[in-house]
Ligand binder design. Structure first.
Ligand SMILES: [Zn+2]
Length: 210
């Protein structure tokens, strides 16, 4: 409950924080007058549900607009969470040059960087096999190779079929906590653009093994 109120203050939502405190106090007074011993846990869950955190925050290091990420994603992909960390909303920074992966709304909570995660962050990698789809292990190199050979990529179709069959687990495998289809579409588009640009010079086949 306290973290939730603090989150609101931190997010510049003082009025909301006050409303929450008022709600908590009302609940406590009601419980006391009803002779209820301690219903704090009930009232806390109600209050937490009422707290609205900003959907987007700027990364404290790179200033990149970063979207909310589910607690389940953070818990699944951070190698070791520190003991007793405050619960707060986390945000995912996907800026290529920035080492921060997850940063908290509540500043006393820890920030998690690339080395704290169990997986490599595709958006932040520039070399070797750059992951695009985390559920089925599709890399940027595979998509580029496919496009070099056939001119197109079947990655999106293949992933869509798996999603339809209920076999994806983006929330616990993809550090962005969301479906990779948007990233696949972007990767395919870029690979096709660079392939067609590479066709113009005489030396086709040298290829970029990026
Ligand atoms: Zn960042």
């Amino acid at each position: 409950m306290e973290t939730c109120v603090t989150d609101c203050i931190r997010a510049g939502q003082e009025e909301k924080a006050l409303r929450q405190l008022k709600g908590v106090l009302t609940q406590v007074i009601r419980n006391l007058s009803e002779g209820g011993e301690n219903k704090m846990s009930d009232c806390c869950s109600v209050q937490e549900a009422a707290c609205e955190t900003p959907l987007v925050m700027n990364c404290p290091v790179s200033g990149t607009r970063s979207k909310q990420v589910a607690a389940l994603t953070v818990k699944s992909l951070v190698r070791h969470l520190p003991f007793g960390m405050p619960s707060t909303q986390y945000y995912f920074c996907d800026a290529p040059g920035c080492d921060v992966v997850y940063f908290p709304l509540y500043p006393e909570a820890p920030t998690f960087r690339r080395e704290d995660l169990l997986v490599r962050i595709g958006a932040k990698e520039t070399r070797d096999s750059i992951p695009v789809c985390y559920c089925f292990g599709i890399t940027r190199n595979q998509i580029q190779e496919e496009i070099r050979k056939t001119g197109e990529s079947t990655a999106a179709e293949r992933v869509k079929a798996e999603v339809k069959a209920g076999r994806c687990a983006c929330e616990v495998k993809n550090p962005a906590g969301k479906c990779c289809l948007g990233d696949i579409a972007r990767t395919v588009k870029l690979a096709q653009e660079s392939a067609s640009a590479n066709l113009l010079p005489a030396s086709f086949g040298g290829g970029d093994k990026a």
